[in-house]
Structures are given as structure tokens and as C-alpha cells.
Design a protein around this ligand. Structure first.
Ligand code: GRG
Length: 313
């Protein structure tokens, strides 16, 4: 996909400019730090796999990356995060106000771009997705510091805040290709399951990963008192004493005992169980590709399912 991704990068660079110096500085700061570009990849892979090769696919691929970037700028302010993509976060470097406002710029630029492809259906998909993402973040805020959060409520948050944009990206590929409804739905279902698997691994890496490799600080979720699946499963499986340690940490956002908690999460098998849950979602995603004709793009989509689960960054 390298040549196609270069085209997407060219659109990103062209569309990122503004006459306002601070916008250029901060927007290029975060976009220039890279990222895996997985969401634009989904737009390209599905549109190509389904037979669409117009230039609109580059515009929409860049659009979903902009939406993702805006959510990161806002999320790092909300979470008071200090490290992202191996660099100081924009909020740590330029302040909260600048980060939120440049996030607004990137977000609204994404809307200018989606309008440019002249499709009401595209607007509908992205308007719905961004609305659900915002709902997911508010739900997550409501769930903070709650050690009794049911697993289904946790899964709802990750479907909203993360899987929805994966779903929209995959669906847009099918919309561009004017695919039959069942193909559009199976593409969207692939994105939903892949995005769920991806966030499960994201939550797992907050306990298992290494800061240097992740490019963000491990233990951030614990510091905020986020009840994610590794902790919920560790409480379900642990002894009463282990459960108390984790309950207390979630209630008080206690990062001082991170290494003890990592040990509990590991000893109870909660990390492996979280990865198994991610693997099951990724397998579900793979099965959504059954309707696609054989192609290099389909192979790449299958490969993404494996890599999203086995990744360490
Ligand atoms: C602006 C629509 C809008 C909403 C604001 C703050 C917020 C509401 C949403 C935040 C949603 C969020 C950050 C979800 C987490 C998604 C996630 C897994 C991020 C990390 O994605 P990667 O690993 O990052 O793809 P890179 O750096 O590779 O791009």
C-alpha cells in the first residue's frame, strides 16, 4: 500500500495548512510524529478490494486520519497525558487551550474535506461516527473510578470511542465502491470487530507494554482510575486480597502500586485472557471478509487482524 499511502500523506500535508501560524505548528507537530495510519489504510483497502480506484479514496482516507488526530488532541487534554507517539503531547508542550482549539481546527477541516466528495451518504456515516465517539468518551468519563463496572459496559465504551471510527473507515471504502448492502454491512462489521480487538490490545499494553516501544506512558489508565478489561478480569479471578488492591487503585487512581498491580494482572492470567478476547474479535473480523473476492487487498485485511492482536506498539 506504500504508493497509495504516500498519496494520502500528500493530501494530509496539503489539507493541514492554515494562515494561522499556531495551527500549522501544532497540527504538524502531532501529524509529523507519525502514527500507524491504520484507519486511512482501512478506507484504501476496502475501496480497492471492492473495485473503486477514484481519487476520492485519498481524500476520505486523510479525513478519517484528521478525525483520529482531533480525538487524540482532545483525549490527551482530558486524560492529562504527557507522552504520545514518542514525543511530549501537544498539551504538555503547547498547553491545553491550544491543543483543544487546534483539535477543533483539525476536526472541522475534516468536515470540509468530506463535503468535497459530494456524497450525502459519506456525510451521514462520518457525522454518525463522530457523534458516537463523543458519546463513548462521555460514557468513559462516567465510568471512571468504578471498580464494579460490568464488562458489557466497558465493551460498549470501546465500541463507541474506538471501534466506531474503524467501522466508519471500512464502511466508507464500501460506500465509495457503491457496494451492495450486504457487502457494506460486512465491511462495517469487519471494522467494528477489528477496532474492538485493537482497543482491547491498547488496554492490555497499558499494563504489559514498555513506554519506549509504545511511545506513551504505561500505567496512564491506572493513574486515571480507568476500569479496563485487564483489571476487571484480574478482580474476577484474583484472591480477596488481590481484588482489594485493584479496587483501591481504581477508586483512587493509584499509580504508586503499578508494579504490584501488573504482577497481579499477570498472575491471575488476566493479560492472557484480554489477549484471547482480542483474538476472538479479530477472528470475527476475518470471517467478515468471506464475501470479498480473493485479492492482495483481502490478504492485507486478513493480515491486519493478526497484527492488531500480536502488536506491541
Ligand atoms: C473530536 C469527534 C471528537 C471527539 C472528542 C476525546 C474524544 C472525544 C475522543 C477520544 C477517542 C479516543 C482517543 C479513543 C482511543 C483510540 C485509540 C486506540 C487511539 C490510539 O490509536 P492508534 O494506536 O494511534 O492508531 P496512532 O498513534 O498509531 O495513530
Amino acid at each position: 500500500m506504500a504508493p497509495d499511502m504516500r498519496e494520502v500523506d500528500a493530501v494530509i500535508q496539503r489539507r493541514l495548512t492554515s494562515d494561522v501560524a499556531m495551527i500549522n505548528q501544532i497540527a504538524h507537530y502531532i501529524i509529523g510524529a507519525g502514527g500507524k495510519r491504520i484507519r486511512p489504510m482501512l478506507v484504501l483497502l476496502f475501496s480497492s478490494a471492492l473495485g473503486f480506484s477514484g481519487r476520492e479514496r485519498y481524500e476520505l482516507a486523510a479525513t478519517v486520519e484528521f478525525i483520529h488526530t482531533a480525538t487524540l488532541l482532545h483525549d490527551d487534554v482530558v486524560d492529562e497525558s504527557a507522552l504520545r507517539r514518542g514525543r511530549q503531547t501537544a498539551n504538555a508542550r503547547f498547553g491545553n487551550a491550544a491543543s483543544v482549539l487546534v483539535g477543533d481546527f483539525v476536526y472541522s477541516r475534516a468536515f470540509q474535506m468530506m463535503v468535497s466528495v459530494n456524497s450525502m451518504r459519506v456525510l451521514e456515516v462520518l457525522a454518525d461516527a463522530t457523534n458516537v465517539i463523543a458519546e463513548g468518551e462521555v460514557l468513559q468519563l462516567m465510568n471512571m473510578h468504578d471498580p464494579d463496572l460490568p464488562v458489557d459496559d466497558y465493551l460498549r465504551v470501546i465500541r463507541f470511542k474506538t471501534a466506531k471510527l474503524f467501522e466508519a473507515s471500512a464502511r466508507l471504502g464500501a460506500v465509495l465502491a457503491d457496494s451492495a448492502p450486504e457487502l457494506e454491512e460486512s465491511s462495517a462489521a469487519y471494522g467494528r470487530s477489528l477496532g474492538t480487538a485493537f482497543q482491547l490490545v491498547d488496554d492490555l499494553l497499558d499494563y504489559e507494554g514498555a513506554t519506549a516501544q509504545l511511545g506513551k506512558n504505561v500505567g496512564d489508565d491506572l493513574r486515571e482510575g480507568k476500569p479496563t478489561l485487564p483489571l476487571l478480569l484480574a478482580m474476577e479471578r484474583g484472591t480477596a486480597a488481590q481484588r482489594d488492591v485493584i479496587r483501591h487503585a481504581i477508586q483512587h487512581g493509584e499509580v504508586a502500586r503499578l508494579s504490584e498491580i501488573v504482577q497481579i494482572v499477570r498472575d491471575t492470567g488476566a493479560l492472557e485472557a484480554t489477549r484471547a478476547a482480542a483474538r476472538a474479535e479479530a477472528d470475527k473480523a476475518s470471517r467478515c471478509l468471506d464475501l470479498l473476492r480473493p485479492s492482495a487487498h483481502r490478504v492485507a485485511l486478513l493480515e491486519l487482524c493478526v497484527r492488531s492482536v500480536e502488536r506491541s506498539s
